[in-house]
Design a protein around this ligand. Structure first.
Ligand SMILES: [Zn+2]
Length: 139
């Protein structure tokens, strides 16, 4: 874990994440200013409603991205970047090269995704019952 190439990778990753976080923070602040200005214009409200909603979901995603970056930088600073937060095992460098904000090993990530799949996503709107391959007359 402490070879020169790995240290270089961690240094470079941290630098990139801090820069990305800075950019995200600025664009979130700019989006907030724009939203505040849009709110002031009552006449355009209905027209802009849709755009504002879209912006808030985009904002939520950007806020999540910023949180993930902040967490990854904190994990680097704490010396935990290569440690899976679920099982305590190693996260291979190759995984972190692909997903720099990963906090779990591949196995634990798969477990999380299976668990998340059981929770209804789209605000409780469940997908239609799975279509079976049986012909209609058999149902
Ligand atoms: Zn794990």
């Amino acid at each position: 874990m402490t070879d020169a190439a790995t240290r270089q990778f961690v240094r470079e990753t941290r630098r990139l994440m801090v820069a990305a976080l800075d950019t995200l923070t600025r664009s979130l602040a700019a989006a907030d200013r724009a939203t505040a200005e849009a709110r002031g214009d009552e006449a355009d409200r209905s027209v802009e409603n849709e755009a504002v909603e879209w912006t808030s979901s985009l904002r939520a995603r950007k806020t999540e991205d910023a949180a993930a970056l902040r967490r990854a930088v904190a994990r680097i600073d704490a010396g935990e970047y290569f440690t899976c937060e679920d099982c305590g095992g190693d996260i291979p460098r190759r995984r972190l090269e692909v997903i720099r904000t990963a906090t779990t090993c591949v196995g634990c990530q798969a477990k999380r995704e299976r668990a998340a799949a059981d929770v209804p996503r789209d605000y409780g709107i469940r997908p239609e019952r799975r279509i079976t391959s049986r012909p209609l007359e058999d149902q």
